[in-house]
Ligand binder design. Structure first.
Ligand SMILES: Nc1ncnc2c1ncn2[C@@H]1O[C@H](COP(=O)(O)OP(=O)(O)OP(=O)(O)O)[C@@H](O)[C@H]1O
Length: 599
């Protein structure tokens, strides 16, 4: 109901207090992101990774603070709905000319749903849809610092233009060989522009802030010529002498999507108007949902809001049902999907088989670990929802039965909004990108016959990528725990990504051991494990029998990744991590990197 009169005396003050809460959040978020430049310049990689982790918590902390203030000053949970409706109108008024209105609306939703203990479903005082536009936000103060900068060189001035672009970021560290780097960059850019006439609008646009993550800083931009746009990114890294160099030119939508993938840590970017960054990035990657772009920028709550809107809209424009996900069922997770929607939904079961010695809390803590950790392109990010509702009539019966059987505590079926239609409400659910489970991908190749060169290549690719995925995880101090094929998926770009987190451990917490030699014949003949095994003991040489039953798979695996069966490999990495070394894991293929004299 739209209030006819704004007659609640406290409504304006509450709206003001909420916006103050949000503004404080964004100020802190932005300054932490802004400090990434200094951490990069001083090569403080541990601090960079710590900041990436810590920043994820900022949002919930600020929401809690804001709720405490509203309770203290206004006894917020006792306020009637008529007051909240007026608060919302004042809040909208306060958002005129705001630079992050879409984030502030989401903040409003987070605060009010917590205070009112309501589900997200169809509350007319929430921002179910955005009230404020984010189009063209740039303000007068920002004229000197627009979200992106445009450079208009002539073809023969490209070298100077790239030099200006790079030096405009004002990094306080010298380059090892800037002119050489620029020459290499220009060569690739020229190739991308192609042998075409440069039109009057020919320009290079770059986002005004660098994108920082781990040990890299990235220029992100596009070349515009007539109606054609070529997205590109320049990764800037440090050499061993503490000098900078440009490592590659990434170009085209696929390269950009790999850079911004859901399987990597969030970027640190100093942004006054995040929606302008998102709009620019969307023009580089039209196929990437805005939700995932917000996530990649560290604005995960906004990502969640947009994801939910996309899902609701998808439900309105589709007719298929939620069903049990294809593949081998999980022992601790109940997984379902909808064929027309590229995500999977995961609920923690209430009961697990005896070999899974775990608890709901432990499983949640493992998922949280992954959220906070550098996912190095090898672990899928998850969105976490509580009390989320979907239409009952979009569920397959056997899925409902499966949930009733294995996760009854997680599901309620009710008509929430009294419209005569039932909803299925999930207490707690994880959502992540759908991939092809690696066991199914391999099976596809086996079924087509490995004598067929295409299927052989598919099998080989899967096995090599699987090993690469494990090695990247190891570099980032992650032991996947359960390394069976079924726990990995293949993305649309053919990358292998891990998604089963319930047995994940830090490499540094594991003891990598060789299987001891049998003490006697009895030991040798025993089918049982006769030696003592601690809870964190891992025996890499025992991985083989589970993974390598197929001869062709074994051959490829042993050729490329035999070291994974050697405890020494794991132990050496553990020691390296304990020494504090941070390895590079590049969000692009090795072949993309420039040849350099020293590296
Ligand atoms: N992101 C995904 N994309 C596609 N399928 C998935 C995805 N995540 C899970 N699945 C499917 O659901 C199954 C179970 O998922 P998951 O491995 O997360 O559950 P689990 O209970 O932890 O498994 P386990 O029994 O190995 O511990 C997978 O084997 C796979 O078939």
């Amino acid at each position: 109901m739209f209030p006819q009169r704004l007659d609640a005396p406290e409504a304006y003050e509450i709206a003001r207090a909420m916006l103050d809460g949000f503004d404080r959040h964004y100020r802190l978020f932005r300054s932490e992101s802004g400090r990434a430049k200094h951490r990069f310049e001083t090569q403080d990689w541990h601090a960079q990774q710590r900041a990436q982790r810590d920043r994820i918590e900022f949002y919930d902390l600020r929401v809690d603070e804001c709720i405490m203030r509203l309770e203290r000053e206004f006894r917020a949970h006792e306020l009637p709905m008529t007051v909240w409706q007026q608060v919302k109108l004042f809040y909208i008024g306060l958002l005129v000319n705001h630079h992050q209105p879409e984030l502030a609306e989401t903040f409003f939703n987070s605060v009010t749903t917590t205070i009112l203990h309501h589900s997200h479903f169809r509350n007319d005082f929430l921002f179910i849809l955005p009230a404020m536009s984010t189009e063209y936000i740039e303000c007068q103060d920002d004229v000197l610092h627009p979200s992106f900068r445009a450079y208009y060189p002539k073809f023969e001035q490209l070298h100077e233009a790239v030099r200006t672009i790079v030096t405009d970021y004002n990094l306080h560290v010298p380059y090892e060989d800037l002119e050489g780097d620029i020459a290499r960059v220009v060569e690739v850019l020229k190739h991308q522009i192609g042998d075409v006439k440069l039109r009057a609008n020919f320009q290079i646009q770059v986002l005004s802030s660098l994108f920082y993550r781990n040990k890299g800083a990235y220029v992100v931009g596009k070349i515009v010529n007539s109606y054609r746009e070529v997205p590109f990114s320049l990764p800037i890294l440090f050499n061993d002498d503490g000098k900078l160099y440009i490592d590659a030119v990434l170009h085209g939508e696929n390269d950009m999507r790999a850079l911004f993938s859901f399987s990597r840590a969030y970027f640190m970017v100093d942004m006054e108007v995040p929606s302008a960054y998102v709009q620019f990035l969307r023009s580089l990657m039209p196929g990437m949902p805005r939700a995932e772009i917000y996530n990649a920028l560290g604005l995960a709550k906004q990502g969640k809001t947009l994801f939910y809107r996309d899902l609701v809209s998808h439900l309105q424009h589709s007719t298929d049902n939620f069903r049990i996900a294809p593949g081998i069922k999980g022992m601790v997770m109940l997984v379902f999907d909808m064929p027309s929607f590229p995500y999977v939904f995961k609920i923690i079961k209430d009961y697990y088989p005896p070999q899974k010695d775990t608890t709901r809390e432990l499983i949640e803590s493992k998922y949280k670990l992954v959220k906070h950790h550098d996912r190095v392109g090898r672990m899928a990010d998850t969105l976490e929802f509580r009390n989320v509702a979907f239409p009952r009539d979009r569920f397959d019966e056997d899925l409902i039965e499966e949930i009733r059987k294995f996760a009854p505590s997680q599901m309620e079926i009710a008509d929430l909004d009294d419209d005569g239609e039932e909803e299925v409400i999930f207490k707690h659910i994880y959502i992540e990108r759908r991939m092809i489970p690696l066991n199914m991908y391999l099976q596809e190749a086996f079924d087509a016959g490995l004598e067929n060169s295409r299927s052989h290549h598919q099998m080989e690719h899967a096995v090599v990528e699987y090993g690469n995925a494990i090695k990247d995880l190891v570099a980032a101090n992650i032991f996947p725990g359960d390394m069976l094929w079924k726990n990995f998926g293949v993305t649309r770009h053919g990358k292998v990504v891990f998604y089963d987190y319930d047995e994940i451990e830090y490499i540094t917490d594991c003891n990598f051991r060789k299987v001891p030699a049998p003490r006697n014949e009895e030991d040798e003949m025993s089918g049982e494990i006769w030696y003592s095994v601690g809870p964190k003991d891992v025996f890499p040489e025992t991985f083989g029998p589970f993974l390598l039953g197929n001869d062709a798979v074994r051959e490829v695996f042993m050729k490329h990744h035999g070291d994974l069966l050697d405890s020494q490999f794991w132990q050496a990495h553990k020691e390296r991590i304990q020494r504090g070394e941070v390895l590079d894991v590049f969000p692009y293929e090795q072949e993309k990197r420039f040849e350099r004299k020293t590296r």
